[in-house]
Design a protein around this ligand. Structure first.
Ligand code: ATP
Length: 357
């Protein structure tokens, strides 16, 4: 069942259309992310769901009810920001209990719900600490507990881990996922960090310049990117664009010095311009057995990443191919001449390359 539905939702500020006719549907209990570069409109979209902005046009439904003009305090949503809005003069318990006290719930009920929430965010024993005496990660967990204690149908999170150091971000990502699973709350999560969105989300929407480019599972987005923007925003890829020709069950797309052979079923059959995405990890350095595709290259740059090595390989027309290899042998030196190969199934065609205005 859908918890949050946006139908042709637009937001215009002055003369700028910052959200352009967005359609999306977030299921109950789903961890859904809005991912995209700075300024693409993801925060504005989240703020419309929260009730902090009103859509200029379109319909916003939460649990089947139209919410366009419903004030923030009458929506079954709650919001967690990157910048915390905790009360510094209150302790952890009172910060979490704040909303429940406003509602006038009986004390024993408040105590029970706050205790449950402290367990969920692994802060049992911290109830009497001032929030100013907590680490950034602990403060963020208090903010999440405070947002969840009212049992909202939907929790909206705007880059909640953005201000934390990388190690803490990674730890809290796992905790967020655990909290989301254990409470069954629908999470809508805004981030510009693609690794974070891939790790956390059941499904995500990639946004670009106010539009949704693609919605799907992390694996779907990575393996079957719908647009060249999505293919390059989610991970790294080599984009190959050219006319496709067909012969003997094979398609060939030629782009400069690169000529890529793939099964004809995998390339659009209109003989028009085709764009392929060839992921760096699908290219083999010095293949031991012949492969359907091959090209000579020179190592231009080496990036040692620990488990893998990312090479920038220069080909005959001067362009760079990204190649990612397991670091099971010492990295190749810059200037080394190599043969590269990949199979017929390595490059995938991108369905649409332009987004209609
Ligand atoms: P970031 O990751 O940097 O927060 P974002 O994708 O969340 O970016 P938004 O904050 O939604 O992007 O902003 C989208 C566009 O709308 C930007 O160009 C921004 O300047 C503009 N914008 C946002 N809020 C307002 C406002 N209240 N008035 C006018 N323009 C606004």
């Amino acid at each position: 069942m859908a918890d949050v539905v946006l139908k042709a939702v637009e937001k215009v500020f002055g003369s700028e259309r910052v959200v352009k006719s967005i359609d999306l549907s977030v299921n109950q209990g789903e961890f859904f992310s809005l991912l995209g570069p700075s300024g693409c409109g993801k925060t504005t979209t989240l703020r419309m769901i929260a009730g902090l902005e009103t859509p200029t046009s379109g319909d916003l439904l939460i649990r089947g009810e139209r919410m366009n003009d419903v004030p923030i305090n009458r929506r079954p949503t709650n919001l967690v920001f990157q910048k915390l809005a905790l009360f510094p003069h209150l302790d952890v318990f009172d910060n979490i209990a704040f909303g429940l006290k406003l509602k006038g719930l009986p004390r024993p009920e408040i105590a029970r719900r706050v205790d449950d929430m402290l367990d969920v965010v692994s802060l049992a024993g911290f109830e009497r600490r001032r929030v100013t005496e907590l680490s950034g990660g602990q403060q963020q967990r208090v903010a999440i507990a405070r947002a969840l204690v009212n049992a909202p149908a939907v929790l909206l999170l705007d880059e909640p881990l953005g201000a934390l150091d990388l190690k803490l971000q990674l730890r809290l990502q796992r905790e967020l996922k655990r909290i989301q699973r254990s409470t069954g709350t629908t999470f809508i999560y805004v981030t510009h960090n693609q690794a974070e969105a891939l790790t956390l989300s059941d499904r995500l929407a990639v946004m670009n310049e106010g539009r949704v480019e693609q919605i799907g599972s992390p694996a779907d987005m990575y393996l079957h990117s719908a647009t060249s923007f999505v293919a390059s925003f989610i991970g790294r890829t080599n984009l190959i664009a050219g006319e496709a020709t067909f012969a003997g069950g094979e398609a060939r797309v030629t782009d400069g010095a690169l000529s890529v052979v793939l099964d004809d079923a995998d390339a659009p059959a209109d003989n028009g311009r085709t764009v392929l995405s060839l992921r760096p990890e699908r290219i083999v350095i010095a293949p031991k057995t012949p492969m359907a595709n091959g090209i000579d290259a020179t190592v231009a740059e080496v990036e040692f990443l620990g488990a893998t090595v990312l090479y920038r390989m220069r080909i005959a027309d001067g362009r760079i191919l990204f190649v990612q290899a397991l670091a099971d042998t010492p990295p190749l030196a810059e200037g080394t001449a190599v043969r590269l190969g990949w199979g017929k199934d390595a490059a995938v065609s991108i369905r649409s390359t332009t987004v209609a205005e």
